[in-house]
Design a binder for this molecule. Sequence first.
Ligand code: HEM
Length: 137
Amino acid sequence: MNAHQIQLVRRSFALVESRTLQAGALFYDKLFERDPSVSMLFRTDMAAQSQRLFEMIGDAVALLDHPEQLDAVLAVLGARHVAYGVHEEHYDAVGGALLDTLAASLGEAFTPVVREAWADFYVRVSRVMRERAYQPA
Ligand code: HEM
């Protein structure tokens, strides 16, 4: 991601940050629509879960200027996801659901360049989560 993309992601995230509960509910609807089988992996209250997801996205967005720190956080998060029963293939559905949610929440502010910046953000974040978690022994 370049500096301009980081700025686009930060600015647009600021617009959804105050509405994480709605965005979270939307996110899980979109996710379970894409892959109904993942719903059984979630055991926690969905409101609490969506809060945590968006907090983590916020932390990652804030840490984009500190890649080493970000990668350390993501590696640990990726490892925890293995324990939640998450498989590598699930990451595509989550990425798609995230973009769908941002599109619905941001409306016209979700321009093609903003979309591309978020797609790159998700590739960046999920790559580190997956890499460390599913690398061959
Ligand atoms: C960028 C990608 C993702 C981020 C930032 C993220 C973030 C989080 C966070 C912050 C938690 C709270 C617990 C913890 O910190 O360990 C969590 C839990 C969880 N996530 Fe993710 N996640 C991501 C991808 C995924 C994917 C691909 C799946 C697959 C469906 C998934 C399924 C789950 C499940 C099942 C839990 C546990 C829920 C429970 O306790 O009931 N996540 N995630």
